[in-house]
Design a protein around this ligand. Structure first.
Ligand code: ZN
Length: 67
């Protein structure tokens, strides 16, 4: 087997990726019907995209803290 050079990062299930602003990091409640995440910092993003950015950032954070 060849090493693929990829690392699987495990993100905690409680990580509030859909509730966290990917720009400033503040957390707020987001209704299930809200398709856009809007933050007081001016961020306005597709809810799923904001969530994906948060997971990516959290993965990088976990990687760097594990080193
Ligand atoms: Zn924000």
């Amino acid at each position: 087997l060849k090493e693929q050079g990829k690392q699987l990062i495990k993100i905690d299930k409680w990580f509030p990726s859909t509730k966290t602003c990917s720009n400033c990091g503040s957390v707020k409640e987001v209704g299930l019907s809200e398709r856009t995440y809007q933050c007081t910092c001016g961020l306005s993003l597709n809810r799923d995209y904001n969530s994906a950015l948060n997971i990516k950032k959290e993965g990088i954070r976990l990687l760097s803290s594990a080193a």
